[in-house]
Design a protein around this ligand. Sequence first.
Ligand SMILES: Cc1ncc(COP(=O)(O)O)c(C=O)c1O
Length: 397
Amino acid sequence: MKFNWPLAVSPFTLRDRLKIARRIVSCDRYTMGEKVEEFEHRMSDLSGRLALGVCSGSCANQLLFEFWKIRNAGEKAVVIAPAVTWLTSVSPTIMAGFEVRFCDINLKDFSFDYEKLEAMLKKLRGRRVIIWPTALIGRCPDMECLSHLAEHYKAELFLDACENTLSFLRGQSILASCPITTTSCYFSHQVVAIEFGFIFFRDARDYNIAKMFRNHGLTRSLQPHIAIRKEIEGAHLDVDPQFLFGVNGTNIRPSEIHAMFGLIDLPRAGAASLHRNKLYARFRSHLTSVGGGVHPFIVPPLGKFDNAYCLPIFTTDRYCGEVKKALVASGAEARPIVGGNLLRQPALRGYGHPADFPNAEWVHKRGFYLGLHKGVTEAMIDRLASFLTQKHWVRRP
Ligand SMILES: Cc1ncc(COP(=O)(O)O)c(C=O)c1O
């Protein structure tokens, strides 16, 4: 059986690209112009929060932890991160000098094992703690439970929603489910701007500090009437306000061109998400009906508020490599479930023993995913289901 199944396809048509090309011909501005602002406004409307655009999801995470240090000058905190996520959810915390502790995940929403998380929070009583879950592969962590734990143990709660931009939980965007969240608009994510990220704030002062940080630390990144700009300018009359660095910032500004791509994709994102969810449900129903449930594959159900990000498939650890190889040989690109068990990654050597994270191990050894995008059709899903439920896989122990 042959597939033509890439991990991702561009959601942009030739007409979209020509639209952007025409704009470039007529307007010679490429950075921090009206398109970035418009994209930020649209994402503020979507999330119900103050959306600040940056050049990637990784930079949004970097900004979050650097911002925390500015807001809490001289303080230290422990960050609790899930054992399965993308490296750049964790690496910004390490680069910013936080102490990172990993917690195992659960196999339902793929966020923390909530009991283990609580045990860690108990042990860390008296220290400043940041709970830092990931909305992995389009799932929604149990934000109610996490908010309750954060409140009870006086911890802070932020969310990496890079893999889930679009979920709405009880009428509220996932991006508004805690004080600060981040998302990515990278290729194959739920809103695509090719390279782009956002950080979402509940608090306007926090947003303004972060905005200065994003733009080299310059106070003039803020409107003249903004209180924090006036305070800093008023206290530093000896420095030219054109180059007045209010915070120790950097340049992680997004480009106009990427914002234009994002503005084209955003109105289509809902339909694209529906397409993914339908294919996901179709695939699951095949696997549950074909082969009488004796085949060795599990595709976890989507929760009520989840948005399929990819097609994750779990099997026995003996089969996993074999099936993946067979799929790749047939033309379907496969990837591990994000970073797998991060404790196995050389970049994180010394942060813990992989075996102490059994659910992360399960995901690492048994899981992989295929892309889910507009290039995937119902016929491809049907063929994949027949490929996986063919006797060759089903019969073997
Ligand atoms: C959970 C998570 N966090 C952060 C990122 C980083 O986003 P970006 O690729 O836009 O830098 C990703 C990227 O896929 C991700 O999956």
